[in-house]
Design a protein around this ligand. Structure first.
Ligand SMILES: [Zn+2]
Length: 460
């Protein structure tokens, strides 16, 4: 969306790792929103270093060798785990770092028993530790033949960029404390059939995580489109419509109330689109009303399959000559996913967008639950919701009602209604708008907007 506020800074600088305390010393009347600090602390240099390291493993194919310390996916995942552990050491052990894997076999792209292993780090929230937001990238890479596990497959953009961004977000956000928990995940088995995501989504479900957002980063570094467009000021947020878990009863209700364009994934994407306008200089996001690119897949899908809100964040301009290609030169065209195809400043910009989104949601109270709406044949509209648990959200200031025209892409109007569980908008006719509710913290951090009913629910 077009920015509603002009960004103050003109460029994204690569800061050295030491995170400046200068912002904290400013007096209250001139307080800088820490989200701006987070954006400035994201380093393109560190992202470049991490992508180079991941490329140095030669191939990270899911079926590649695991014993070597210098080549293959085993070495790559052990290095990622060490990095998370080093980050954790610098924040007094604030990350729980673990492998989350399973043995897969008998699949078309994984015929023989293979360990598919994700690397996961959890930064535990202070007041609402069982509420989660998750950022992910993929460890594994491939060449033209998806079963070729030995040829060099640098996967610099697809998807070392996503893993490097996830590591960098962990570095910067681990310098802060949040109310909710943040999960940083380097997933595996993506190219072979989204196996790593399925494994982690299953764990989330079995352990009853209150998972409110999955930000799946898959290719966040290419700015030179195969169509000739070169642009570093745009990114895409792919968000599905109606949940695949919707029941027949819920579908019947939705026919009369709407909600097709207000799934939690869509409202998560609108939330991030708004943060891009407010906090990321020179970046405009397109919310795309689709699960993913046409006929293609990504690791947010296994989470969506279980009903969790989740989107894919990625570059706008793709270059297919650099994706899933054997390294070669043919008719003067260089094929392959090499370092030359990654713009590190752009990857840093998209990483910063992830970081502010994770931070904002984790500082905000939980999204309102049990949101309901009524107002048929009345000149007013009434929304109600369940009061948020005070022990989990001690910083709650209250709730904000949002509404927009039914064909408007972004929320247009809002009204803060205080710490109540019901509010009526007088002389706003229910038929003419879509409505939703967000929770707001005392510092002004808001949850995504929750559309009423099952169609829009972010869960308990
Ligand atoms: Zn790929």
């Amino acid at each position: 969306m077009k920015p509603r506020l002009r960004p103050v800074t003109a460029a994204l600088f690569a800061f050295p790792f030491a995170i400046t305390a200068a912002h904290a010393q400013q007096n209250d009347t001139q307080k800088v929103d820490p989200l701006h600090t987070i954006v400035e602390d994201i380093s393109a240099d560190r992202i470049e270093t991490d992508i180079e390291k991941l490329v140095s493993f030669g191939t990270r194919h899911t079926l590649s060798e695991t014993k070597s310390d210098t080549r293959g996916i085993g070495a790559a995942r052990r290095w990622i785990k060490q990095e998370f552990e080093a980050i954790s050491q610098r924040c007094g052990g604030c990350l729980e770092v673990m492998f989350v894997g399973d043995t897969i076999s008998g699949e078309k792209r994984i015929p023989d028993a293979t360990e598919v292993v994700n690397v996961v780090a959890i930064q535990r929230g202070t007041t609402d530790p069982d509420r989660y937001v998750l950022m992910s990238g993929d460890i594994d890479s491939r060449v033209s033949d998806v079963m070729d596990a030995t040829s060099d497959a640098p996967g610099a953009n697809d998807n070392a960029s996503g893993v490097a961004g996830t590591l960098e977000a962990a570095r910067v956000l681990s310098q802060h404390k949040f109310n909710g928990s943040i999960v940083y995940a380097a997933l595996s088995g993506e190219e072979q059939g989204l196996f790593g995501g399925k494994i982690l989504a299953k764990k989330a479900s079995e352990e009853g995580w209150r998972l409110k957002a999955v930000l799946n980063n898959d290719m966040i570094g290419n700015i030179e489109g195969v169509n000739g467009v070169v642009n570093n000021t745009s990114a895409r947020l792919f968000a599905e419509g109606t949940r695949v878990t919707e029941t027949d009863d819920e579908a019947r209700t939705r026919r009369f109330t709407g909600g097709e364009v207000d799934s939690p994934s869509r409202n998560l994407a609108r939330y991030i689109d708004d943060l891009a306008d407010r906090f990321i200089p020179n970046l405009d996001t397109m919310v795309i009303y689709r699960l993913d690119r046409y006929g293609r897949g990504g690791h947010h899908r296994p989470f969506n399959d279980l009903g969790y809100p989740g989107i894919r964040i990625m570059e706008t301009n793709e270059n297919y000559e650099r994706q899933h290609q054997d390294l070669r030169t043919e008719n003067g065209i260089e094929y392959g996913d090499t370092l030359e195809g990654v713009n590190f400043d752009y990857a840093a910009k998209l990483t910063a967008l992830n970081a502010v989104s994770l931070a904002s949601m984790s500082w905000a109270p939980a999204p309102p639950a049990h949101v309901e709406i009524k107002g048929a044949v009345k000149p007013s509209t009434t929304l109600s919701w369940k009061a948020s648990a005070p022990e989990q959200n001690p910083h709650l200031a209250g709730y904000k009602i949002y509404w927009r025209y039914t064909d408007a892409p972004q929320w247009q109007y809002s009204k803060f209604v205080g710490d109540v569980t019901e509010a009526t908008l007088e002389n706003v006719v229910i038929d003419n708008y879509f409505f939703g509710v967000a929770s707001v913290s005392k510092d002004g951090y808001e949850s995504p907007v929750v559309f009423p009913g099952a169609a829009g629910s972010f869960g308990e």
